[in-house]
Design a protein around this ligand. Structure first.
Ligand SMILES: Cc1cc2nc3c(=O)[nH]c(=O)nc-3n(C[C@H](O)[C@H](O)[C@H](O)COP(=O)(O)O)c2cc1C
Length: 524
């Protein structure tokens, strides 16, 4: 059943598509003098330094992708040290590079244009830990100085539970927002897609790190929007809550939250002036819930989807869609721990055309991406809103060509054989990277079905799920010693390229995999 919000979300998607013609005729140029600050800085709030010696998330990265979300019993409370480490591995500054006469700060997760528009807030009760831990409150976690700043004093966890219409509250939660302008400065209206892309790569890190540290984690996307934005003190036309991740769950139902009076703290201006992109405000409003009951029925919709046998084009494509099928390879693939992988991670700026991946490596990466994902929109636990479509250039044991992963996530079905490097380069907006990489992994979603079942909020979920899986590909690739980059793409040409198996789908996300070419590092 078509809903208004679903129709509006799909109209937004349609209007922000890239095509060769739209890119060629685009007069947009970047106003470097007006580039937004990549951090949110509260000028008048005292910083509370986060623990300097947090625990390391050393468990092997592939196991943590597959495990999903930690395995402690209900009631397990993370200490401040673990919360701090999770924040650092999600959003922390991991690298500083001096170039063009200024410093560039790179973060734990990949982000379109390195613009870092996604902020992290912590809503918690009393958190035990170093330096007396943290008092109950709502905090902003600052990446620029690795410090918390208290926005509200008191235990507001029940406010999150109430907004989601849930009976029990998390022990602690990271709430992720996007400050739209910080990304729209470069990408304009398309930046709304990037809200979910860039929070998705962060959540991939967060879920992997939570699994490594044994902290139960669950992503929540269904909630009444206004109470959560009010709780954080953000104006949803400028900065809006996208999702939160529960860290642990208490066994008991929460107390009522205290009242939430307005707050407005001074923050450093982002840039000299801001340009308004109404499409962003409109699609966000159209996909917002006014009442927690909408979140409850949304989750029921997702549950009903999980109970029903999926129709043929839902989720991963069925084996019948194509020709020869190649079962994913099983074999030993050496890989590092979560901490080391995230600290070492960086998007590949040039791939080595001459170095193929092994099929075992590609298989392990795809399995990692498709692993269980604790999220309110996935009651069955497995990613369901996107399918993976591949352009394979250089994988030992897998002929070059186009493929789709079957629904069980066990076989690559060949859609067509051949060398498509040049086509892949074209689909990746003419960027050589897509031609050079060993594999292009596209995430495609049947948006008509998604929005029919989950309304416009389903659009947000489809984008986030794709990015989270894409973020897991990044981690798997870096963990195994090769590399990855996200890439933007020509929308409709990509769907046409994959032929009948992709008909009716839309492109959500693209990740390239391969070995890094040695030599100079380019900044995007
Ligand atoms: C969704 C997504 C899309 C991206 N698209 C491009 C792209 O089109 N071209 C490019 O060179 N880099 C692209 N990147 C890489 C970013 O530029 C890179 O993540 C950012 O500069 C931060 O660097 P790091 O990932 O090495 O930390 C993309 C990254 C993501 C997450």
């Amino acid at each position: 059943m078509e809903t208004d919000s679903g129709r509006l979300a799909r109209a937004y998607h349609e209007r922000t598509k890239h095509s060769p013609a739209s890119v060629m005729s685009d007069p947009h140029h970047l106003d470097w003098d007006n580039q937004p600050l990549p951090f949110k800085v509260y000028e008048d709030l005292a910083p509370i330094p986060l623990p300097a010696e947090p625990p390391r998330a050393e468990a092997p990265v592939l196991a943590c992708l597959a495990a999903g979300g930690g395995g402690r019993p209900e009631g397990f409370a993370p200490r401040l040290e673990a919360i701090a480490r999770l924040f650092f591995l999600t959003a922390g500054v991991t690298k500083k590079i001096e170039a063009g006469g200024r410093a560039h700060y790179f973060r734990a997760a990949a982000c379109t244009g390195a613009l870092y528009h996604v902020e992290v807030y912590l809503v918690c009760g009393a958190v035990p830990g170093a330096g007396g831990g943290l008092a109950p409150g709502v905090y902003h976690l600052g990446a620029h100085d690795y410090a918390a700043r208290r926005l509200r004093a008191g235990d507001f966890r029940a406010a999150l539970a109430r907004a989601a219409g849930e009976a029990s509250a998390p022990l602690a939660a990271f709430v992720l927002t996007s400050t739209f302008w910080r990304n729209a400065w470069k990408y304009r209206s398309r930046a709304y897609r990037h809200c979910y892309w860039d929070s998705g790569t962060m959540l991939a890190n967060l879920h992997a790190a939570a699994a490594a540290l044994g902290v139960p984690a669950r992503t929540v996307m269904g909630f009444a929007d206004a109470p959560v934005n009010d709780l954080l003190g953000v104006d949803p036309d400028q900065e809006a809550a996208l999702c939160w991740v529960e860290l642990g769950r208490p066994a008991e139902a929460p107390e009522e939250a205290p009242p939430v009076p307005p707050i407005a703290y001074r923050t450093t201006p982002l840039s000299k002036e801001q340009v308004d992109y109404p499409l962003i405000r409109e699609v966000h409003a159209a996909t917002s819930f006014a009442d927690p009951r909408e979140a409850v029925s949304w989750r029921e919709g997702a549950r009903a989807l999980g109970d029903d046998p999926p129709p043929p084009a839902w989720g991963f494509v069925p084996g019948e869609a194509g020709g020869r099928a190649f079962p994913l390879a099983r074999g030993e693939v050496p890989h590092g721990g979560v901490d080391q992988t995230i600290l070492r991670r960086g998007s590949v700026r040039r791939f080595d055309r001459e170095r193929a991946l092994r099929f075992e490596e590609l298989s392990a990466a795809l399995r990692g991406a498709a692993g269980a994902l604790p999220a309110d929109f996935l009651p069955a636990g497995a990613p369901a809103l996107n399918g993976m479509f591949l352009i394979v250039h250089a994988v030992e044991g897998l002929p070059p060509g186009a493929y789709a992963l079957d629904r069980a996530g066990e076989r690559l079905v060949q859609l067509k054989a051949g060398d498509y490097r040049s086509e892949a380069g074209g689909l990746g907006l003419g960027q050589e990277l897509a031609a050079e990489a060993a594999v292009n992994v596209y995430f495609l979603s049947d948006l008509e079905r998604v929005t029919a079942a989950l309304g416009g909020r389903g659009y947000r979920a489809a984008q986030l799920e794709a990015a989270l899986m894409g973020g897991r590909l990044y981690l798997a690739a870096c963990g195994m010693g090769f590399g990855a980059t996200g890439l933007t793409f020509h929308d409709d040409d990509t769907v046409s390229f994959f032929g009948p198996a992709a008909r009716g789908r839309e492109v959500m996300f693209l990740v390239l995999l391969g070995h890094r070419r040695k030599g100079r590092v380019f900044l995007a």
